[in-house]
Design a protein. Structure first.
Lengths: 150, 417, 417, 150
């Protein structure tokens, strides 16, 4: 059956489909410190992301919204990753994932941090979908920066 | 030239397909099944050849040249205009203005006719199912002029009920700008009746015919339209060229849109006088090659006969609608009765996001469009931000519809592993 | 990509001519001698093939499509933009806006940047040798805004003396819009110096590069231009596509020109937000095929090297000027020193009207342009209403110049029978 | 020599060249009753035409200006023709020449009236030059009409 579907498996690895079907941390966060929306009007992805920050570390994440399998799974993977991370660690992870999706090398240490997220690398063969994979990450980076400076 | 409605060539899909080189392409190892015709259509050899012939044998700048190439280029350019005029039954070829695309045609009318005729407290009426290109110019103009932008609503099936126009179109309405056929819902709007309504209050009617002129016989006189806009690239023609048709007296009274070479009769260091129609609206070197190739596209469609084109698409739509609805997992937007709509089917799958569906079908060689289809407010009114869309043209077949439906089933299987 | 200045291919006119199918044409039984290149140039196989390949293999609507054809079309369209950016040494490809032609590029700047920045009592400076497309938009704008339109004069030789700019460009000048090379006189204007002058009073400078980009290396950064406009059809490319280049920050701050699909990020029934550069200025389906073919034209010129193109034309102009002046019956407009001008020679015959000359040469297969060359005020300033013009490009040869000169002599003989 | 010049002789018949080189009636008319300019800015033809009308007949014509051989000869031929003609006769002649240049048949009587002017028929092979040939005739027709009504 996947024969006719060609390279689909590169894009939709099992781990991606799992996060898509059962996204993590979907409960809204009360009294969030960081609260923002990201959207890509062209494909109709919209997420509302909330963080509770304690001692410069992300204590709680909540992501609601809707999107394609890639943006949804990516947001869910993000939610899983950032909990407990300092904002510097989050920035570093965003930088790693940007490079991963651009097709640049990442170090073994970076790969360790990303963990399951490396499954998103299959998106590189589908360049129009890279935006979907990056959507929540870019938004998070911007929102955290804004939180720190303001 | 034969009558555009009836055609002089047998409508034989296999023969038609042989005219389209791109249909030989393999996509990800599969035959291309091109179902994105509302976005743009493919081009037959006849149109491609027209471009090649022009550049290999005739190419020159038009108008006012005394040398042979320039004279031939001018003749070809003007002959294409005449073909287009005949195709939409325009009374005079000078009423056909070449633009870049439908969007430019719409902007031209907003920036000239409406700029001069819409004032504070007036209103502009459009429908709630317009393409962005027929929304945003009016939003901007209304804003600038202190006028009101009003939306003609549609019912749940996506049809405009004429009763709803009462109270929306009123004595302060200056222009009614409506799509002839929705690029999302497929709905065909009652343009002739709306024209009557518009004229009864002294307003003009503009018809966005981007999705109708390519697919059905369109007669500007029968519709009693005042302006009509469409794009060549959606009707077998090249990219980069579109048409604004307008009633002679309206065009004649309008100020120019752009200024420059060709649209001018006389220039001094102080002042300028405008050239006659249609040149008043064609500043600078025109898109000569693509205008001539548009003539070739019109010839092609005229030979097939627009009645036959329409009938072919009706059959396909009918068949596709049945197949898609029988899946049970898909919601179709717009009227389900194929007699009320053209060959565009937008739908939403219960579980698969349009974007994922688009990628999965592309792996199988099937090209569909996904997203907001440049009609965000309309798509959102169905409580979604994106939809998938298939749209048909003369070269599509029932077996391509089958390929699409089975591709959809494959995808369902894949995502429910 | 190699450096556009130097080229990677030997500049061999015979080999170049073999790339241009139209040069095989017979006109009234004679070989075509095409000397109307300032109006439009001919197209090499490489450019024609780019169009054919696009329509036979790739054609689809660009942006936001998830299917393979749409992705390929988008990539091709954007790659062509990058090629153009590199060709004029633009810092960023997003600064390259596709338009229909130079005229539209000029109108765009007048209707957006100037509309927002020129006020009552301000002035706009152009030269007395502009093409209508760079006169009339400014006349209209000045009129609308209560601003003044000022002309930088040229001397008898057709050269702009920088001293004359003092007193014309002043602290109320908002924009200086000048042709880089005159399409009548051939004069090359001191754009970099005028840019300095403009910037020193806080004005911006727009360069009409319709006649320069096709013929010489042009570097927007070296010129320190703010806007630069040109047409693909005058540089081996197809009709229907042109370029507006602008500095990023200026473009970013400008309101859109036209409204519609693609130039929009989000639309509601009430409002719209604009897309990023360059899309903000590209409403509706773009001229995809012709943009890609423009990339092919740029590749062709880049391979030849713009320095070589320029040198070839200088040699021809030098040679032609000598031949024409030696006739004794002809007055050449503009500078006679070929180092100060490009490959455009406008002239007036003592006794033969340009129109009769054009017809007589056409009988001999020689295509020249006659008339006001869309620069009426300039042509009239020489106390004539029409002139004849020859203009050269990469495929022209000295023996074609000879054919032209002897055709002129034949014509003299004919009319003095 | 005319070999290389192809069909030139069709356009530039001897009679045309003669009128071009020695245009008739070029003296300005004093106290003209009909006085108008015609021009074609695209090719640079400009003529100033003056008529003296007596008893509804053209008593005097004066044509000054410049243009190509065709427009110049045509204007001169016009000057020769109209002298002594009533305005109805002039209208009829303009109608004949319009049809002649369009390639339509004209009657023997019409041809008699036009006389030398038939030489302009060669212009039909050069459609872009028809405007040159018609310029002064169309102007004359309009000007006479305006004179009659006003
Ligand atoms: C100097 C100059 N500016 C502007 C133009 C207008 O170019 P286009 O007709 O392609 O808009 C021309 C072309 O004739 C030109 O020579
Ligand atoms: C109904 C309708 N109007 C306008 C347009 C805009 O056409 P273009 O992109 O050719 O300007 C389209 C094309 O998508 C359309 O479907």
């Amino acid at each position: 059956m996947t024969g006719a579907l060609g390279n689909m498996d590169d894009l939709y690895e099992a781990i991606i489909l799992d996060h898509y079907r059962s996204p993590r941390n979907t409960a809204p966060v009360e009294e969030a410190d960081v609260d923002f929306e990201v959207n890509n009007p062209f494909c109709g992805d919209e997420f509302h992301i909330q963080l509770k920050v304690e001692n410069d570390a992300v204590a709680k994440v909540g992501i609601t919204g809707r999107g394609c399998a890639i943006s949804q799974a990516s947001a869910s993977l993000l939610a899983e990753l950032v909990e407990g991370k300092s904002s510097d660690e989050v920035h570093a992870a965003v930088s790693s994932i940007r490079r991963l999706l651009k097709g640049e090398e990442i170090t073994d240490e970076e790969a360790d941090v990303l963990g399951d997220i490396e499954a998103l690398a299959g998106v590189r063969k589908f360049p129009v979908r890279i935006k979907c994979a990056l959507l929540s990450w870019v938004g998070l980076d911007d929102a955290l920066k804004a939180h720190q400076t303001g | 030239m034969s009558n555009p409605e009836f055609g002089s060539r047998v409508f034989d899909v296999d023969a038609i397909r042989a005219d389209f080189p791109i249909l030989q392409r393999k996509i990800n190892g599969n035959d291309l099944v091109y179902l994105d015709n509302a976005a743009t259509t493919q081009k037959p050899n006849q149109v491609i050849k027209s471009l090649v012939d022009y550049y290999e044998q005739t190419n020159a700048n038009v108008h006012r040249g005394v040398h042979t190439l320039s004279i031939e280029a001018t003749d070809g350019y003007e002959l294409a205009r005449t073909k287009v005029a005949k195709f939409i039954n325009a009374p005079r070829p000078e009423e056909v203005i070449w633009t870049r695309n439908t969007s430019e045609s719409l902007n031209l009318v907003a920036a000239t006719w409406a700029e001069a005729n819409v004032g504070e407290g007036d209103n502009i009426v459009i429908t709630a199912m317009e393409h962005h290109s027929n929304i945003v110019p009016w939003q901007q103009l209304a804003d600038k002029k202190g006028a009101e932008l009003r939306y003609l609503p549609h019912n749940e099936e996506g049809l405009i009920e004429l009763d709803s126009a009462t109270g929306v179109i009123d004595y302060r309405t200056k222009i009614v700008a409506v799509t002839h056929m929705s690029n999302v819902l497929g709905t065909i709007n009652p343009v002739a009746k709306l024209a009557e309504r518009a004229h009864s209050v002294g307003a003009v009617i503009l018809v966005d015919a981007a999705q109708s002129v390519p697919h059905m016989p369109v007669d500007v006189q029968a519709l009693d339209a005042d302006f009509l806009c469409f794009s060549a690239h959606k009707m077998l023609g090249p990219t980069g060229i579109g048409v604004l048709w307008g009633k002679y007296d309206l065009l004649e009274a309008m100020p120019p849109y752009m200024f420059g070479g060709d649209m001018i009769l006389e220039v001094t260091y102080e002042d300028a006088t405008w050239n006659d129609l249609p040149y008043k609206f064609e500043a600078g070197t025109p898109n000569i090659a693509d205008a001539i190739a548009t003539g070739a596209a019109v010839d092609y469609l005229t030979e097939l006969g627009m009645d036959n084109v329409w009938q072919h698409e009706q059959e396909l739509t009918d068949y596709a609608m049945e197949q898609i609805l029988s899946l049970g997992s898909v919601r179709v937007l717009g009227p389900q009765n194929p007699a009320l709509r053209g060959g565009v089917i937008s739908f939403i799958h219960d579980t698969i996001h349009p974007h994922d569906l688009g990628t999965a079908l592309d792996q199988q060689g099937i090209a569909i469009r996904t997203g907001h289809h440049c009609a965000m407010p309309l798509v959102r009114s169905f409580d979604v931000v994106a939809a998938a869309r298939v749209s048909f043209y003369i070269y599509n077949t029932k077996s391509e519809v089958d390929a699409f439906v089975s591709g959809l089933c494959e995808t369902e299987g894949y995502f429910s592993r």
